[in-house]
Design a protein around this ligand. Sequence first.
Ligand code: REX
Length: 405
Amino acid sequence: MRFTIAGITLASTAVITTLAASPAIAATPSLPAPDISGVLAVQKQAMANGAPGALTRIDSGNSSYRISMGQADTVARTAMDADRRFRVGSVSKSFTTVVLMQLVAEGRIDLDAPANTYLPQPLPDDRITVRHLLSHRSGLWDYTNDMFYYTVPGFESVRNKVFTYQELIDLSTAHQPTNAPGAAYSYSNTNFVVLGALIENITGVPMATHYQQRILTPLNLRNTTYVHPQTTISGSYAHGYLRQDDTTLPLVDSTEQTVSWAQSAGAVISNAADLNRFFSALVTGKLVPAAQLQQMMTMVPVNADGTQSYGLGLRARKLSCGVTVYGHTGTVQGFYTYAFTTADGKRSMTSMANTSNNGTVNTILGGTLEAAFCGTTTAKATTLKTTEGETFTEDIAPQVVRHNR
Ligand code: REX
């Protein structure tokens, strides 16, 4: 059943649909109702700051809210809708972690063993453990800092490229480590590329098959695929639009690419319904046994006020209403994603704006979490600034001060 929510003034381009709840099943009684007009306000602000479109889907109990506005394709002028598929970027890290933790549960990997025990080619430091990789504490330099220093030239140089895991690892180890193993949190795509290499090496099975057999088939996630190094997205999808460093230049359609630069760190394609189902299933123990889930959800703060933390392949955000949600964020050229769920998995939210290299939009989009889980709006969320006044968000090439070209 589809209907428009009464009493909400809609932007002319906004589309809101709900799937009615069964009245017999309560929808997470401890949380305030999602603030749909708050989600709309956030999406509008994301568009006002340069996103061609945005979508949000909230699954709460048996109710679903699908909220979208703007365009999925700016050339064909196709409207965005909340079912469209997109590149989820680092949300893929949670998928990779599930595969890894299943192998831990099967007794094939020890979290505290040196990663070198399982790798075909050793890392330079034997002290790096599997747990260090999963928690971004290995100290391995993030090779994407160099690769995407200049945004569009960097992107175009890898758009159609196919890398081996080892080629990416070599780009990282050409640099000094950022810290001694275990000594500090330092977000790095290299960690999850090493994990892909490790998983494939000990099982002899490609990541695509692991994702399919261990996650996608059991959860019936039909809109989720891992097609590396295929460059196209099948089905109904949103185009991604990458902002240039010279922001006076037009956005670049970055939809088609191999994402080989990220692979097991970021090349999954999905949609909001599937991501909501994935994280809800994860926290309710449907993907990994309780002992491994507890390890994944053991969080260490990664920002000054402790509202953001990282476990194993999983982020947590403490929201203004005191609720903590678990999931991941993602940035891949043309797409920003937030996908989070409550600890009991009863309310899940995914939002996506189809642009990137625009920290302001990314930070604004994070306001959908407040609206979805706290029923409030913080569309004016704080942004960080480089010395040149460029905005950025945590973890995107964090060691590099961004310059305009
Ligand atoms: C690479 C640069 C971004 C993108 C990146 N993405 O490392 C991983 C990811 C897969 O999703 N990480 C995020 C580009 C932080 C996460 O965990 O949430 N930026 C862009 C530039 C900057 O090229 N010069 O914004 O599209």
